[in-house]
Design a protein around this ligand. Structure first.
Ligand SMILES: NC(=O)CC[C@H](N)C(=O)O
Length: 225
């Protein structure tokens, strides 16, 4: 599996994400870290991850400046050609800001930064990112954000629900997200954006492994590639 993680000034989960990818890919093709100023991607990538953090200091809207980085044109191209893209937290914000996922992440309803473990219900196993989970399982994954309040117009929400594109919902909504949404899939199910951080809970030494199945799902589809 050839994976890459995009780095912006202010990313802070880039290395955790690379470690999580390397662990499931068997370390034989180490995950590449790609600086946002690059304009081209290495050949033959299977998956690109956009990590969490505070890209460009969260100025304007979270992810808005990062979405206009040179590398993002190539990431959008990659996704439009059917490539797999995972965006976590600030990565989810970058994906909505770059138009790869619908809707927007707004300020949390309580206007506070929320940092805690959240129960997440797995709503669909029909994706490369969630196939190793059991549908309906509730897993515990950390959230750490001030802009995680997912919002979309009623038509978009109806489509997301009707097309089984809600990947995860919060068991107890921490941030005011519409319909308890914690993560959504793109139309072709190959782009996932989620606010909780699976890469922060994939080793017993980190306090748990509930995030591991997301990376195992990816590996079971892509590792022979
Ligand atoms: N952990 C993160 O990626 C934080 C995302 C974003 N900066 C926010 O606080 O909403």
């Amino acid at each position: 599996m050839r994976a890459a993680v995009i780095q912006f000034p202010g990313s802070n989960c880039d290395r955790d994400m690379a470690v999580a990818m390397d662990r499931v890919s068997g370390h034989n093709k180490p995950t590449q870290l790609i600086w946002h100023k690059e304009s081209t991607l290495p050949d033959g990538l299977d998956i690109i991850a956009i990590p969490g953090g505070f890209s460009f200091g969260d100025y304007l809207r979270c992810g808005a400046i990062a979405a206009r980085s040179p590398i993002m044109r190539s990431v959008v191209d990659f996704a439009n050609k059917g490539g797999f893209v995972l965006g976590v937290c600030n990565g989810f914000q970058v994906l909505t800001e770059s138009g790869l996922l619908p809707g927007a992440l707004m300020r949390n309803a309580n206007l506070k930064f929320i940092c805690k473990d959240a129960g997440l219900r797995v709503e669909t196993t029909d994706s490369v990112f969630t196939s190793a989970y059991k549908k309906g399982a509730v897993v515990n994954v950390p959230v750490a954000h001030h802009d995680g309040n997912y919002n979309a117009d009623p038509e978009t929400l109806k489509k997301l629900v009707g097309d089984d594109r809600i990947a995860f919902r919060y068991a107890e909504n921490p941030n005011g997200s519409m319909d308890d949404i914690a993560g959504i899939l793109s139309d072709n199910r190959r782009v996932l954006g989620m606010m909780p951080h699976p890469e922060r809970l994939n080793d017993p030494q980190l306090g748990g492994t509930d995030g591991s199945k997301l990376f195992e799902s990816i590996a079971s589809a892509l590792v022979s590639a």
